[in-house]
Design a protein. Structure first.
Lengths: 381, 300
């Protein structure tokens, strides 16, 4: 198997730059995701890898071979299209057989391989049906079988689950991971759903406005966002802007407008070390903040701030609190660990303490003047 | 069980509704299509007189159909219809495909261009062709000016002239249904085919073409049927050595001595040819195009 290498890929549509100077190396067998909001150039990038678009500049290599301007039918790359694009005039098995038929492989052999692929995606019983007669999830499986039968070096999946309902999406996600484990080829997975990307990928490239903002394993992207965009786009977060007051013994003291000062531990191994006077942003995930009406002991927590509960939203697995601290608003998730809580539930307008460890937040070397809007919370099921 | 019964009642209700909605059109078809055809069938079994008919049973008209003169006319009419249809498919397909892939605005302009000739009277357009291809017409002038020929070509009153004008007149009837069909094809299917290893030609043959067969079918019917009964075009630009079936029918109806039963039998002959052609076309689409796909998993 071969490594996929993109070198300084840029793509213009007329005067519009859809992809801007993207370079990446995707290892053989990896499950790699492009994650980004709608219109950020994910599909365009994928189509250049598949051969449907040619980059305006830059080069694409599969192993040692340059494939930048090779037509799609000469690349060992197959695509799962967003709407599956099954041939409506062919049955399930004829769809799957298509690639091998083109290669003029003996009929008996094709039949064998088609059955094998259909078994892999659990679609043997539907083999004589037409695409219009099967469900969305089943179409998805057929599309996967149709692509994998060609034994590609790379399988490209463009938002493959977008058309499915939530339950099926979760199911197919696991199935996709299983198939990836079984066939062992490189998958490139395009999605604007951060949950999908985080749960499925070996590595994620976060994209915005045609550029790769951050690249890395999901944990790293989630825990150590390198930019406000990464932090904000993936998961929920509280972004606190402030000025560095003091940098001492790997601790940073941050002065925020309209609130107490905060402390953050920084480790030179994976943080950038700010200078006194720098303007920075801190990303603090809502689930890392503890909330209580009783003040915790100072020695246990570095950061303890008093606040007032402004909003409470029960979400099944957890409750979301919006807490006003000075001029700032914090979003806090509190997991429901016990069915019966001895303590009385927190109330609206109640005075509470928020506290978190000094290692629970992450420093971002970037500030944004305007406040980012509060994201609509996705209700987990 | 109960579900089945309810389903049936529902089905019946729907059927009744669709009958009511279809009734006016059905009535129209019966009065203006079925009954006239029955009259034609009856006439074909009657005895001709110089002016009209005599109500006496006769098979004479059908016997005369196999006369070599008429067989030859059937042959040239059939040949003209086939050539026109095939030429319209080959000329119309690229045009329809081209229009179908344009943006909405360009599509409308191009479709308008296809339809514009309909705004001019059919006969006037054919007379325009007569002038265009006549011995001292524009076409010959241009060819001579370009030095391709020295003396004017005889184009008017040849089979070539008939074929050219037929194609010109019937091309829109091929392009429009083809366009309507091709426009509905999901073009990502072609990308999918190329993704799976098919080059442009193969993805066209294996995906685009099978998916546009309904359009080709509809267009072929729209062109073939009127082309088979061609009358006015051969009359105005065709050669005078032989007659197309449409011309014979016209003569037998209007010129004395009249022979309405023979005219009726001739048009029934055309009807048989149309039916034969439809069966052939149907067989072609079912067998030839389907066969290629049906190589696999035929067991039910
Ligand atoms: N053929 C094209 N011509 C002109 N502009 C295009 C073309 N294809 C894409 N674009 C533009 O390029 C940008 C990126 O498009 P792309 O389809 O790659 O986005 P995406 O990240 O896949 O978005 P989504 O999540 O909505 O699918 C968009 O602004 C789009 O309008
Ligand atoms: Mg896209």
């Amino acid at each position: 198997m071969e490594k996929l290498i993109l070198k300084n890929i840029t793509k213009y549509f007329g005067g519009f730059r859809a992809v801007n100077n993207v370079s990446m190396e995707i290892e053989p067998g990896e499950l790699y995701s492009f994650l980004g909001p709608s219109g950020c150039g994910k599909t365009t990038l994928l189509r250049m890898i598949a051969g449907f678009e040619t980059p305006s500049s830059g080069k694409i290599f599969l192993g040692k071979n340059e494939i930048t301007s090779l037509p799609p039918y000469k690349r060992q790359v197959n695509t799962i299209f967003q709407n599956y694009s099954l041939f409506p005039h062919k049955t399930v098995s004829e769809n799957v057989a298509f690639g091998l038929q083109i290669k003029k492989i003996p009929k008996v052999e094709i039949q064998e391989q088609v059955m094998e692929m259909l078994k892999l995606v659990k679609m043997e019983s539907e083999k004589n049906k037409y695409p219009s007669m099967i469900s969305g999830g089943q179409k998805q499986r057929v599309a996967i079988a149709r692509a994998l039968i060609n034994k590609p070096q790379l399988l490209l999946l463009d938002e493959p689950l977008a058309a499915l309902d939530l339950k099926l999406r979760q199911h197919m996600l696991i199935e996709l991971m299983n198939i990836h484990d079984m066939v062992g080829i490189t998958f490139i997975y395009v999605t604007h759903d951060q949950g999908e990307a985080i749960s499925i990928s070996d590595r994620v490239a976060v994209m915005n406005e045609g550029e790769v903002v951050q690249e890395g394993p999901p944990e790293e992207i989630y825990e150590k966002p390198n930019s406000i965009f990464s932090a904000y786009f993936i998961g929920d977060t509280n972004l606190i802007t402030g000025e560095v007051l003091d940098v001492k013994d790997e601790y940073v003291e941050l002065k925020c407008k309209g609130s107490d000062n905060f402390y953050f531990e920084i480790d030179s191994a994976y943080h950038f070390i700010p200078n006194v006077g720098d303007k920075v942003t801190v990303s603090l995930r809502p689930e890392k903040i503890a909330i209580s009406r009783n003040e915790p002991k100072r020695k246990d927590y570095f950061n303890i701030v008093p606040g007032i509960v402004e909003d409470i939203l029960y979400l099944g697995t957890h409750t979301q609190y919006i807490v006003k601290v000075g001029d700032l608003k914090f979003r806090v998730f509190s997991q429901h660990k016990k069915v019966y809580v001895d303590e009385k539930e927190l109330d609206w307008e109640e005075e509470v303490f928020l506290f978190w460890h000094d290692t629970d937040s992450y420093l971002i070397n970037e500030v944004r003047e305007e406040m980012l809007p509060v994201k609509n919370h996705e209700i987990p099921l | 069980m109960i579900d089945r019964t309810l389903e049936k009642i529902e089905e019946k209700r729907k059927n009744r509704l669709s009958w009511i909605l279809a009734a006016p059109v059905l009535l129209w078809l019966v009065i203006l299509f079925l009954i006239p055809y029955l009259i034609v069938i009856i006439y074909s079994f009657l005895t001709p007189t110089i002016y009209d008919i005599q109500f006496a049973f006769s098979l004479e008209s059908f016997k005369r159909l196999v006369d070599p003169i008429y067989l030859r006319s059937f042959y040239i009419s059939f040949r003209l219809a086939v050539v026109t249809t095939i030429a319209c498919i080959f000329l119309g397909y690229p045009v329809a495909y081209y229009i179908a892939r344009k943006t909405e605005k360009v599509k409308n302009i191009l479709l308008l261009l296809i339809i514009i000739p309909f705004w001019t009277n059919f006969i006037i357009r054919i007379f325009a062709w007569r002038i265009f291809i006549s011995a001292n017409g524009l076409l010959n002038e241009l060819l001579m000016f370009a030095g391709i020929i020295d003396d004017p070509l005889r184009i008017l009153r040849t089979d070539l002239a008939v074929t050219m004008v037929m194609i010109y007149v019937y091309l829109p009837y091929m392009i429009l249904p083809l366009y309507a069909n091709i426009e509905k094809i999901d073009f990502t299917l072609i990308e999918a085919a190329m993704d799976l290893g098919a080059n442009r030609l193969k993805s066209f043959l294996k995906v685009t073409l099978p998916l546009s067969k309904e359009g080709i079918f509809a267009g072929s019917i729209l062109v073939f049927i009127p082309a088979l009964g061609a009358y006015i075009i051969p009359q105005l630009v065709g050669n005078q050595d032989y007659l197309y079936v449409g011309q014979i029918i016209a003569y037998k109806i209007k010129s004395i001595p009249r022979n309405w039963p023979l005219a009726s039998a001739l048009s029934l002959g055309l009807l048989v040819l149309v039916i034969v052609m439809l069966i052939l076309l149907y067989w072609f689409y079912k067998r030839v195009i389907k066969k290629e796909n049906k190589l696999f998993f035929n067991e039910k």
